[in-house]
Write a protein that binds this ligand. Structure first.
Ligand code: HEC
Length: 148
């Protein structure tokens, strides 16, 4: 037996054929079990966000406004204050102070712009991408419109 090479090739060949289809399976990560196909036409409802929608997809129903008010008080008022004459406890420590969100300049900002500010943050304001769902952000925006 002069050349053991042929045996090595024979032994490794099945592994090589496995490698041929390895990239054509439904797993995203190595060693992940195969995942099922999503039904045709379905859209993701969680996970990474796509682009900012171009219009506010959430109607300003009573439900949305109530939700928006609660979320505003929890997430925004500590800096911006519930009314611009009274910054929140964190806002008082910032210099310059965060703008009151009931000011007319704020009311002129487009909804999509405010959505981006909340999602990505703005200057010294932190991003809320991981803290508020898109739906929750739109609820806050709907609520902000009721205050001027
Ligand atoms: C940690 C404090 C803090 C929190 C919490 C916060 N903001 Fe802000 N926000 C700021 C500051 C500070 C600015 C001004 C930006 C700057 O000067 O760097 C600002 C600016 C803004 C602006 C104005 C952008 C412009 O064009 O002037 C909007 C709108 C806004 N915030 C909305 C919100 C909303 C809605 C929430 C709640 C989801 C929120 N902020 C939570 C600190 C905060």
């Amino acid at each position: 037996m002069k050349s053991p090479g042929i045996f090595i090739i024979l032994a490794v060949a099945p592994l090589l054929t496995a490698a041929l289809w390895m990239d054509r399976q439904q797993s995203y990560k190595p060693y992940q079990p195969p995942v099922l196909n999503t039904p045709a036409g379905s859209v993701p409802t969680s996970g990474r966000e796509g682009r900012t929608p171009e219009v506010n997809p959430v109607k300003a129903t009573r439900d949305s406004l109530e939700q928006g008010k609660i979320l505003f008080i929890i997430n925004c008022a500590l800096c911006h204050g519930e009314v611009s004459s009274q910054p929140g406890s964190v806002g008082l420590k910032l210099d310059p102070r965060p703008p009151g969100l009931d000011q007319s300049r704020m009311q002129e900002l487009s909804e999509v712009f405010i959505f981006r500010v909340i999602t990505l943050g703005f200057g010294r304001m932190p991003p809320f991408k991981d803290k508020l769902s898109p739906r929750e952000r739109w609820d806050i925006i709907n609520f902000l419109h009721t205050r001027n």
